[in-house]
Every structure is written in C-alpha cells, then in structure tokens.
Ligand binder design. Structure first.
Ligand SMILES: Cc1cc2nc3c(=O)[nH]c(=O)nc-3n(C[C@H](O)[C@H](O)[C@H](O)COP(=O)(O)O)c2cc1C
Length: 82
C-alpha cells in the first residue's frame, strides 16, 4: 500500500497500482482543503488506466450546503474520464 498526500502526487502512480482510494475533505463551502490545492487539475490530466478501480471517500459536515462538495467533484471527474 502506498499512501500519499493529494497535492503533488500522481493519482495513477505507477503501473503496479491495483486500486486507488481518494480521501477528500471539503472546506470553504464546497472547496478543496488548502492542503489539496491543485489536485483536481492534476487528476483531470493524469493518464487513465483502463480497468483500474477507484473509490472516493468524502469527509464533510451536513450543516454545509455543499456537503462533501469536493469529494463529489472528484467523483464526477472520475466518472467523466472513465
Ligand atoms: C471553514 C470550514 C468549512 C467547511 N466547509 C464544508 C463544506 O462546504 N462542506 C462539507 O461537507 N464540510 C465542510 N466542512 C467540514 C469539514 O469537511 C470537516 O470538518 C472535515 O471533514 C473534518 O472532519 P471533522 O471536523 O469531523 O474532524 C467545513 C469545515 C470548516 C472548518
């Protein structure tokens, strides 16, 4: 298992990955935490590895209108990119 921060890491690191789990909190009303700045840009550009399973686990608070908004955004990009 390889654990890496979201910022500056390649989400599809290496051909040996068998699955990817993205852990994403949400801050600032639907935005990425400061520590995850730039992750979505990287994620939108990283190579797609066909058949590689990916799960997104969102951390948030239901009292915010954009509950788990950043995780939802990541999941949306993942679905769009196959
Ligand atoms: C300033 C601030 C903004 C937040 N904005 C959101 C938000 O828009 N959506 C959401 O689901 N959670 C939001 N949260 C909740 C955090 O995601 C939550 O605190 C984080 O997942 C850590 O969980 P914990 O506080 O139970 O440790 C926010 C928290 C803070 C402090």
């Amino acid at each position: 298992m390889h654990v890496a921060p979201t910022t500056g890491s390649n989400p599809a690191r290496g051909p040996k990955a068998q699955r990817i789990i993205v852990l994403a909190a949400t801050y600032g009303n639907g935005a990425a935490p400061a520590s995850a700045g730039g992750f979505l840009d990287d994620f939108e550009r990283c190579p797609v590895i066909p058949g590689l399973p990916l799960a997104v686990v969102g951390f948030g608070d239901r009292s915010f209108p954009a509950f788990c908004g950043f995780a939802a955004e990541i999941a949306q990009v993942a679905v769009q990119r196959g």
